[in-house]
Design a protein around this ligand. Structure first.
Ligand code: SF4
Length: 191
């Protein structure tokens, strides 16, 4: 790799700062107040809203900081008796559920046998899902077993939920799936 004069100066300055910082720490200077102050400044004018980490049934308490309606930070709530302000790595990344430029926001469809993904309108995708669910259910629905036992079920459709789906979503999903006769329903535990 070729290093330009500008790169060299920049690296030297960074090295000097690192050395100075290392020297301060080695000499016993307590940086905790400076770090705490820097963190305070970061969220100084933010509105704070208590919330709960969505990922697992531990239900760690969080604080969501917003500025002008935009989330700028999410961290553990120190008032919580069970997580006391800490979050596991997954919970600590909750911010990225909301702010993440890498997150797909369009429906992508890959037709059977195709190599490429095609962008679909959401309404078209929803209609297609409904059409396939209805067709599969109609084709596979079993009202009674061979011994005459009433089951009203299909085993051809499976419902798989995720950790961030809330209790209201799960409630509606259960009603819909059970109503369709779907018996294979799985979801991560949720508060
Ligand atoms: S995923 Fe981690 S931070 Fe979130 S509730 Fe579970 S243990 Fe707590």
């Amino acid at each position: 790799m070729e290093i330009s004069r500008r790169d060299l100066l920049r690296l030297s300055a960074a090295g000097g700062a690192g050395t100075a910082l290392g020297g301060l720490i080695a000499s016993g200077v307590d940086l905790a107040p400076a770090v705490a102050q820097a963190q305070q400044l970061r969220i100084k004018d933010a509105k704070v809203t208590p919330s709960v980490c969505p990922f697992c049934s531990v239900g760690c308490a969080t604080l969501v900081h917003t500025v002008d309606g935009q989330i700028v930070n999410i961290e553990g709530d120190p008032r919580s008796p069970h997580n006391e302000g800490s979050l596991c790595p997954k919970g600590a990344a909750t911010f990225q559920l909301h702010i993440n430029p890498n997150r797909p926001v369009k429906v992508l469809h890959r037709a059977p046998g195709a190599h490429d993904w095609e962008e679909w309108d959401l309404d078209r995708a929803m209609d297609r899902v409904a059409e396939l669910v209805k067709k599969t259910r109609d084709d596979t629905f079993v009202e009674r077993l061979a011994n005459g036992k009433l089951v009203n079920a299909t085993t051809a459709i499976f419902s798989l939920g995720g950790a961030t789906l809330d209790i209201e979503w799960n409630h509606i999903q259960q009603k819909l799936m059970r109503g369709l006769g779907i018996v294979a329903i799985e979801n991560q535990a949720r508060i």
